[in-house]
Design a protein around this ligand. Structure first.
Ligand code: EPZ
Length: 416
């Protein structure tokens, strides 16, 4: 198993280029199932999760070609309506094929994704919404069996603005007969990116970026050629790395508009963040101020940045309160950070972080994607050597992150 070894203490300087967003690429690649022609997707990140979704689409009968960061998909040969457990368990976002399969093949048999390290991750909103659009759904032997002779528009309300719930149901509504209204829908940039692609395919969706989406169903959709938006969480991860190491970096290829919450919170810690066009400049400060964070649906502070910010607060000058309101178990990184000397107390979904003068390197274990990124960040500043094990979690969502940190001057390497 690969591991990453970091020797702390280097300031990061120079420039880094952001890749395509994993959480935009996943639903957009799946949307190719909604049409029967060659769709071309540029700026697709080279990640384990992207490999997983490609395998699933091939299993369903689509043709998939990969040319560096461009992927071409043709679902004309879509024939198999079953997404098996051994493919879905590798990546729970595979549930996104459920609605496109019902829309195209009138039926789907998709393994229930099950939970993961950060929470139970139920899909009740996906299933309730699809039922409201006219599908018959039953659960047996760990599978969702869904079928619908015809999908009919309806009003759907999300108790919580679910990101993949909104994306899944949009991909059913676009080919349903009549009007569908999604209320309390997710507003994440990745949802907006999917809506843009669907509308370029001929869909009629209004309200992108707001919590009320109105979809006028159409008969067919056309193939497209599009580019994936930049990854705002990768962007935020490098911004925190610059502040942590009192460095001075330029971030190219990102979308500043998508990280305004992260920019404001980082400025409150004392970092100097400025923007010129699409380039973000982050300069650390000698002392880091302790601030409070509460994760919320977009445009609130992203839960996918919570672990990274916790590392920054662990060496800040006072007491910081971090509340995780999205997932019920997203503090797994805390026990590993405490092994590195952080002073953190958890009570329910709230963590209290008392800043310490420095962390000290040690072997640690990654448990989920963003937690593994936070352990790398901690290693950048910890005294001595930090060894991060089980970094397959990291490779799910970050493309060659150690190479990008090396280029910025970090003393970091991957050991096979
Ligand atoms: C997406 O997960 C992202 N994944 C997650 O990123 C991200 O953390 C999350 O949104 C929140 O922003 C992808 O886009 C592939 P939700 P998703 O449905 O859609 C509850 C990463 O690191 N809920 O918005 O699964 C759920 O339990 C990953 O890249 C239900 O109760 O998240 C959670 O508490 C991790 N029933 C809340 O809603 C449902 O049917 C938000 O979940 C669906 C969700």
């Amino acid at each position: 198993m690969d591991k990453i070894v970091v020797h702390g203490g280097r300031k990061l300087t120079g420039s880094v280029r952001i890749g395509g967003a994993k959480n935009a690429a996943l639903p957009i690649l799946v949307s190719s199932l909604l049409t029967d022609g060659w769709c071309t997707y540029h700026n697709v990140p080279n990640l384990r999760d992207i490999e997983s979704i490609k395998q699933l689409l091939i299993h369903l009968g689509a043709e998939v070609e990969t040319h560096d960061h461009t992927i071409r998909i043709n679902a004309a040969g879509l024939a198999n309506h079953e997404a098996p457990y051994d493919l879905v368990r590798k990546m729970r976002a595979s549930i996104l094929v459920l609605c496109p399969l019902v829309a195209r093949l009138k039926k789907a048999r998709v393994s229930l994704p099950g939970g993961c390290a950060i929470g139970a991750r139920p899909i009740n909103f996906h299933l309730k919404g699809l039922t409201l659009l006219g599908a018959e759904i039953d659960l047996e032997h760990g599978y969702v069996n869904a079928s619908a002779e015809k999908l009919l528009g309806n009003e759907i309300y999300f108790d919580i603005p679910s990101v993949t719930g909104t994306e899944n149901l949009l991909m059913a509504a676009v080919l349903a007969e009549g009007i569908t209204i999604l209320r309390n829908a997710a507003r994440e940039p990745e949802v907006v990116a999917l809506i843009d692609v669907l509308n370029q395919m001929g869909a009629k969706i209004e309200g992108a970026g707001t919590s009320i989406l109105t979809v006028q169903g159409v008969k067919t959709l056309q193939p497209v050629s599009v580019s994936i938006i930049p990854d705002r969480i990768e962007t935020g991860t490098f911004m925190v790395a610059a502040a942590l190491t009192n460095g001075n970096i330029q971030i190219q290829g990102g979308e500043p508009e998508h990280v305004t919450g992260i920019i404001h919170k980082l400025r409150q810690t004392g970092a100097d963040v400025s923007i010129e066009g699409k380039t973000i400049y982050v300069k650390g400060s000698e002392t880091i101020q302790s601030i409070d964070i509460k994760t919320l649906p977009y445009p609130g502070f992203p839960t996918d940045m919570q672990a990274q910010f916790m590392v920054l607060m662990s060496v800040a000058g006072g007491l910081s309160i971090i509340s995780e309101t999205i997932f019920e178990n997203r503090f797994i990184h805390v026990s590993e950070l405490k092994r590195l000397g952080a002073d953190i107390t958890i009570s329910g979904n709230t963590a209290m972080i008392k800043g310490v003068p420095s962390l000290s390197g040690a072997p640690v274990m990654a448990t989920d994607l963003r937690a593994s990124a936070s352990l790398i960040l901690a290693g950048l500043i910890a005294k001595g050597t930090t060894e991060v094990n089980r970094i397959y979690h990291l490779d799910r969502g970050y493309e060659a992150i150690e190479k990008k940190f090396q280029k910025l001057g970090a003393d970091i390497e991957r050991i096979q």
